[in-house]
Each structure stands twice: as C-alpha cells, then as structure tokens.
Design a protein around this ligand. Structure first.
Ligand code: MN
Length: 288
C-alpha cells in the first residue's frame, strides 16, 4: 500500500496515477492532531490496514496531478541517518577530507526533524560562506513498531515502510548534526510504500539528477551495513519510536547544489521526489 499525506494533512492511498482520500473514514482522525494519529498508525498499522483498504475502495478518487503532496511523515521523534554506507562514497570522502579515520567505522547521527520538507517544496539554501552544500540521495525507512535493543533477526518487523530522503549537507569541518540540520535539509517523499510492497530493500535502484544531469546512481545492494544491522545498531543506542525516520546513507557521487537548480531522486518501487533549490548564492569568502 502506498500512503500519502496531501492538501493540508489529508491522508490518501495512492493507486497508479490516482489518490483516494481516506481521511474522513479513519477512526479518531483529527486534522488538528494528525501527528498523534500518525504515530498510532505507525505503531499498529496492521490493525488499521483493512480500514485503509476498505476506504481506498470506496473513497473519492483524484488524479495525483490535482493534489499537493506533503512529506509522508509527521513529527518524527528523530531522524537517524547512517554515515557513509557505500564503499565508493567512503573512498570519495576520504580523498576529499584527507582523513582516514572518521569513516572507518560505521556510525549513525541525528538530524533535526524540523529540517523535513515535502515533495516540490523549495529547499532554501542557507548562507554559509566558503562552504559547499551537497546532495546525498538516500533510501529511507519509517519505523512502525518501536523498540530498544532490537535484534537483527527481528529488525524487519519494525519497518513500516520506505520512502526517499535527501540528506542535504554543508560539507567540511564542524558538528555534523548542525551541518545537516538547516531548515529544508531533509526533503522526504513522495509517499510511504509499506514494507510488504518491497520484498527486498537491498535491491533498489537509487538515482539522483541535478538539472537533468545524473549525479548519483547505485543499487541498494551496495550498502555496507544492511538495514537489519542498522536498526539493531541504532536501537542499542536509542529507543526507536513509531514514525522515526532512518536514512540509510549516501551513495557515491555527492556534489554541490546551487540556487535555481532542481534535484530529482528516483528509487525503484518507491517513486520520484523533486525538489527545487532556492536561496542566495553564498558569497565566496574564507571559512570562519
Ligand atoms: Mn547521508
């Protein structure tokens, strides 16, 4: 099932080129408190799946082109992101930074949930003189049932579904959480594809274009640390809550983005996320 949020926190089921508005039939749905509903839905999706299916059969259909999609995630308690998780990206970052140490071991870090924007929403670049701002196209997953110390064997039972994220990053020195947490630095979308639709998340093609030029292209089979290990690792550190987002790490080919350009990411079996870039061109001046 493909679940989308659209037109001011409406909930919809996507089928082909159409979306069915299921909002009014959902139990206890209150648009004023939609994040609460979302978290409950993530926690117990299997108990409400049949309601979605019935509503999707009976509800009003619209063409996707008639609606405005929003980020398919509401107020996650955290965004967890994997550090470089493809061998060729580890290599390119080592060349760039000249350091050998910081990528040698797998790790996860946090991004501010306030950095999330949805499909088509402009990413307004901050003014960071002397720094490059980079795109990182990533497969992301949404946690369903939360937990702590989740085993690798159980990990996939905690995945509600998959979406696309761009881990926008100010390159260079300084705290990583700050460099990746500016407003707009986590575009997510276009929707959530439930886990049952994707039998193998480690066989998805991930591509990113900037203004039509293909910049990143990888298959998720190349992940160094696979999703079950990532969930086990992260949940040993922090309790995973329903609705948390985990971004699985950048493929090679990261590069600079500029105002006026458009980023497009496609992941097979998920869809296409398009983000226009706005903002003033940073003045060239020495880093502070
Ligand atoms: Mn990343």
């Amino acid at each position: 099932m493909i679940i989308a949020i659209f037109d001011g926190f409406r909930m919809g089921v996507v089928e082909g080129e159409e979306i069915v508005d299921v909002t009014d039939g959902l139990p206890h749905y209150d648009p004023g408190f939609s994040a609460n509903f979302w978290v409950r839905m993530c926690q117990g999706f299997e108990t409400i799946r049949s309601t979605f299916e019935i509503l999707a059969r009976e509800g009003q259909r619209k063409s996707l082109s008639q609606v405005h999609l929003e980020a398919p995630i509401l107020n996650p308690s955290k965004i967890i992101a994997a550090a470089a998780n493809y061998a060729a990206h580890v290599t390119e970052m080592r060349k760039r930074s000249g350091t050998q140490s910081w990528l040698n071991q797998f790790g996860v870090f946090l991004k501010a949930p306030s950095s999330i924007i949805g499909p088509g929403e402009p990413l307004i670049l901050p003014n960071v003189p002397g720094r490059e701002i980079h795109h990182e196209s990533e497969l992301a997953l949404v946690i369903g049932k939360g937990g702590k110390h989740i085993s690798e064997a159980d990990a996939m039972d905690h995945v509600l579904g998959y979406t696309i994220a761009i881990d926008v990053t100010v390159r260079g020195e300084g705290d990583r959480s700050r460099r990746k947490s500016y407003d707009g630095f986590t575009p997510v979308g276009p929707w959530l594809v439930t886990a049952d639709e994707i039998s193998n998340p480690h066989d998805l093609d991930i591509k990113l274009w900037v203004d039509g030029d293909l910049k990143q292209e990888v298959n998720s089979s190349g992940m160094l640390v696979k999703i079950p290990a990532m969930i086990a690792y992260a949940s040993d550190v922090m309790t995973l809550y329903p609705g948390d987002l985990i971004s699985t790490g950048a493929p090679p080919g990261v590069g600079e983005i500029h105002p006026g350009e458009t980023m497009v990411v496609e992941i097979s079996k998920i869809g296409r996320l398009e983000i226009p870039i706005a903002g003033k061109k940073p003045k060239a001046s020495p880093p502070v």
